[in-house]
Structures are given as C-alpha cells and as structure tokens.
Design a protein around this ligand. Structure first.
Ligand code: GLU
Length: 306
C-alpha cells in the first residue's frame, strides 16, 4: 500500500485481470491511461487484479507484465497484487456490515430471476447456502458523474443494478469492492479505463460514499471492438500482441486513440515512439465514443502493419 500524498495532482493506473494475454484493446486502454498521466505530469501505476482464481490462467499476470514492459509501460511504484490484500477488503467489509450498510444474502440466481434479476430484498427460497454479502442500495440511489471523455453519466443504481455484491457466495471478493478499496489506498486521482466499465462507475461511487472514501475523476476510453461489434477479448479475432515487435501495435494503438499517425511514423524504437507520443499527445483528440471498431484502428496510415 502506498501513502496518499495530499499534494499529488495526478495518479493514474492500469489494472488488468490475469485472465489471458493482453490484447489490442487492453493495449489501447493501457497506453491511453499512461499518456494522460504523463500529459498531466502525473504517476502511473500497474495493479494486478488477481482476485478471481477460477477465471485466471497460470502465468497470465507475468505475461501481461512482460508485454507492458515490452511496450515501455512500467509502473512508477511497486506493483500491487490484489491477491495479497484480503485484509484490506475484510476490513472495509466489516465496517460496512457494522454500519448496517451491507448484509448477508442467500438468494440464488434462480431466486432473483423471478424478480427481474435485480436484488432489492432477499427472496431466497431454496435450501440454505453460504451467503454472499451485498451493499444495501437505498431507493432513489441515482448517481451522476461527469466522465472526462463521455460527458455526464447517470444511473439509477437501485433500479438498474440493485444491491451490489461485495463478497460472492463462493467466498471470493467482488471486483467492485476491491477496486474501490485499492483506488483509495493507492491514492488514485484519475481512473482511465475502457468504456466497458462505464456501467460500474456509479456503483463504485456509491460504495466510496458508504466507506467515506474520495471519488477520483473518471475517463472511459472507447472500447475497441471487432467489425462485428464484439469486444476483442471475447472475440476469436482478438489480436495477440507481439512483445518482440511492439512498434506496429504501438502505432495502431496510438491512432486508435485519435492521435496523428505521423507523430510515430519515424520512431526507431519503443522509447523513441513513447517520447514522441508524449510530445504530440492531445487529449482533445481522444474519440468521444464508447466503441471504436478494430477495423477503424487499422484503416489509418499504419493499416496492415499489425
Ligand atoms: N481488472 C479490470 C479488467 O481487466 C479493470 C478494472 C478497472 O480498470 O477498474 O477489466
């Protein structure tokens, strides 16, 4: 855990889950968050979100870190591994339980399907099972925030999400609790990530409020999808990134972020490309969309390079 420096103006992070190799979409998110941190003279951290063993692939975390390093994207502070932070998540959960802000729930998916899949009150029918723990979301929990790229976002968390799972019935921590605790503990001022997580932000803000934690600024980059509109990580077309020849993918990620291809065209090395990227990066040019197609990222002057 790192101390929060009250004078810190900008600290960003990239927080991959080790469920496979990094693909082109994650590279775009990593590069975008790194560029924004550097643009603001800030720090950039990497956090390994290894909290879901059933979905993890052995060796994936090391492979992801090696890829980031091949692209010159290195954490300014020691890595944080979520699997080593159970005590911090337990502490936050105990606080919420003691405040009555969280409760045990034995509802199954089937129980909830009967009420539209959204938990507003326990409706468990089946045999007793180990409980999940949920955040109690009050009626009219409408949360709004201004995203740095996507503008004003509003969600009625009670109606659209329901009581948020904090610890799953299988005993694993939910991403929503861990990410909120870690962003606060690491003193993150700016969360920059893919637009697939836009939907999670209002519930993270509610959770920050329940725990008395500050809310960072948020900016959600367009999610890179393939020509069929599928998220790359879920698609057969997911582009594996070549650690041994990173420049073509780095150039493609740069143009996918709406930046001018010419700025990186002559860079002889990753270090040279990143230095030029820092000089030429214009946040105003980031595409203000939630989805950008994989094809579009390649229909730029570097087409076919990857
Ligand atoms: N670990 C999450 C993922 O890989 C990202 C979490 C975040 O950036 O808040 O999708």
């Amino acid at each position: 855990m790192t101390e929060t420096d009250p004078h810190l103006i900008y600290r960003g992070r990239f927080a991959p889950s080790p469920t496979g190799r990094l693909h082109f979409g994650s590279l775009v998110a990593a590069l975008g968050s790194w560029l924004l941190a550097r643009h603001h003279g800030g720090e950039w951290l990497i956090r390994v979100e290894d909290l879901d063993p059933p979905r993890e692939i052995p060796g994936a975390a090391q492979a992801q870190l090696a890829t980031l390093a091949a692209f010159g994207l290195m954490s300014d502070l020691p890595l944080l591994w979520q699997s080593q932070r159970h005590d911090r998540y337990s502490e936050a959960l105990s606080r919420l339980l003691a405040d009555g802000a969280a409760f045990e729930c034995r509802c199954s998916r089937t129980d909830l399907a009967a009420v539209g899949g959204i938990h507003r009150a326990c409706v468990a029918h089946g045999p007793a099972r180990p409980p999940a723990i949920r955040l109690r979301v009050a009626d009219d929990s409408r949360v709004a925030f201004v995203d740095g790229l996507q503008g004003r976002i509003e969600q009625a968390v009670d109606r659209e999400v329901g009581d948020v799972v904090l610890r799953r019935a299988d005993g694993f921590w939910a991403y929503q609790l861990a990410v909120v605790v870690d962003d606060a503990d690491q003193g993150i001022t700016d969360v920059v990530r893919g637009a697939d997580l836009l939907d999670s932000t209002p519930r993270q803000i509610l959770l920050q409020r329940a725990l008395g934690l500050p809310t960072p600024r948020y900016l959600h980059l367009p999610l890179i999808v393939d020509a069929e509109g599928q998220k790359l990580s879920k698609s057969m077309a997911a582009l594996p990134i070549d650690d041994h020849a990173p420049l073509p993918a780095l150039r493609a990620a740069w143009t996918a972020l709406g930046q001018p291809a010419a700025a990186l065209a002559d860079a002889p090395s990753v270090a040279g490309a990143l230095a030029s990227a820092q000089r030429h990066f214009r946040p105003e040019a980031l595409p203000k969309v939630r989805h950008a197609t994989f094809a579009a990222a390649h229909n730029k002057p570097v087409a076919g390079a990857v």
